[in-house]
Design a protein around this ligand. Structure first.
Ligand code: HEC
Ligand code: HEC
Ligand code: HEC
Ligand code: HEC
Length: 164
């Protein structure tokens, strides 16, 4: 049979443990100050694309660009600041970043989770083609490609090709 002393000691230990646990839980559940900024998940400011709209007015309603701008991803995030391009009235200087067809999918998958997207019902039928680069994300998302080009550059070498 246990002595009285041992019983008291174990009871004391037990309550010390539960007090420590309660403090731990309280610290975890400490209600957040209403004015305190939420960590990590803070909403990004919408991107301002107005500098590009001076010439690319048709993109201010293009759903792909609009959606991304709303979440803080502007033209410059994907195409670079492109100062020389935007300042060139002759339109011979290309933007900083262009995407040949075989670079499109990889560019999207830098930000979007490949494994998650591959499982989407709308994606599974085309996922092999996406992996093989014979189908591109921009075939379905947005109307980001121009139906008609007035100026063209080689998207790989950046060489000015023609203007019409
Ligand atoms: C999230 C990334 C992203 C954003 C934001 C973005 N673009 Fe693009 N852009 C691309 C990609 C990728 C391509 C290549 C698409 C393709 O060839 O299918 C492209 C292609 C283009 C083209 C060439 C289209 C063609 O027919 O060859 C133009 C012009 C363009 N973007 C302008 C803009 C402008 C202006 C903005 C802002 C209003 C913008 N982009 C925002 C990724 C982006
Ligand atoms: C710089 C990071 C970045 C790049 C590059 C990028 N996206 Fe996004 N995209 C986002 C963010 C941020 C959102 C808004 C939050 C969300 O819905 O995930 C978004 C949203 C989207 C949505 C809307 C999702 C919904 O729930 O309605 C689609 C579709 C999309 N992106 C497709 C693309 C495609 C296609 C490309 C490549 C041409 C691309 N994205 C490139 C960051 C990016
Ligand atoms: C064959 C057409 C097609 C292709 C190609 C395609 N998608 Fe989609 N995608 C869809 C459809 C349809 C949906 C569901 C409706 C919607 O949200 O627009 C979708 C949904 C999404 C969403 C929203 C996911 C969510 O959680 O709701 C994102 C982000 C996205 N696609 C990105 C991409 C990226 C990145 C690629 C290329 C790697 C791609 N898609 C290729 C048709 C396509
Ligand atoms: C002074 C006018 C002007 C401004 C400002 C301007 N662009 Fe352009 N940009 C053009 C012209 C012209 C083309 C060729 C479009 C065509 O073929 O119709 C072009 C084409 C592009 C292309 C397609 C390149 C390709 O072939 O893949 C991208 C991307 C682009 N611009 C991005 C931008 C971005 C980003 C901004 C803002 C930082 C911007 N532009 C500002 C005139 C301009």
């Amino acid at each position: 049979m246990r002595s009285r002393g041992a019983l008291w000691r174990s009871l004391a230990l037990l309550s010390a443990v539960s007090v420590a646990m309660a403090i731990g839980i309280a610290a975890e559940q400490k209600p957040r100050d209403k004015n305190e900024a939420k960590p990590a998940k803070e909403k990004p400011k919408p991107a301002d694309n107005s500098r590009c709209f001076v010439c690319h007015g048709n993109y201010d309603e293009e759903e792909f660009a609009v959606r991304h701008a709303k979440h803080g991803v502007g033209c410059e995030k994907c195409h670079g600041p492109s100062d020389d391009h935007a300042g060139d009235e002759n339109h011979t200087t290309p933007p900083d970043i262009m995407y040949p067809a075989d670079k499109v999918n990889a560019a999207c998958l830098k930000c979007h989770d490949r494994a998650k997207l591959a499982k989407l019902e709308k994606h599974t039928p085309v996922w092999d083609d996406i992996a093989a680069n014979t189908q591109h994300c921009t075939d379905c998302h947005g109307k980001h490609r121009l139906a008609r080009r007035t100026v063209r550059w080689d998207k790989v070498t950046r060489k000015f090709l023609e203007s019409k």
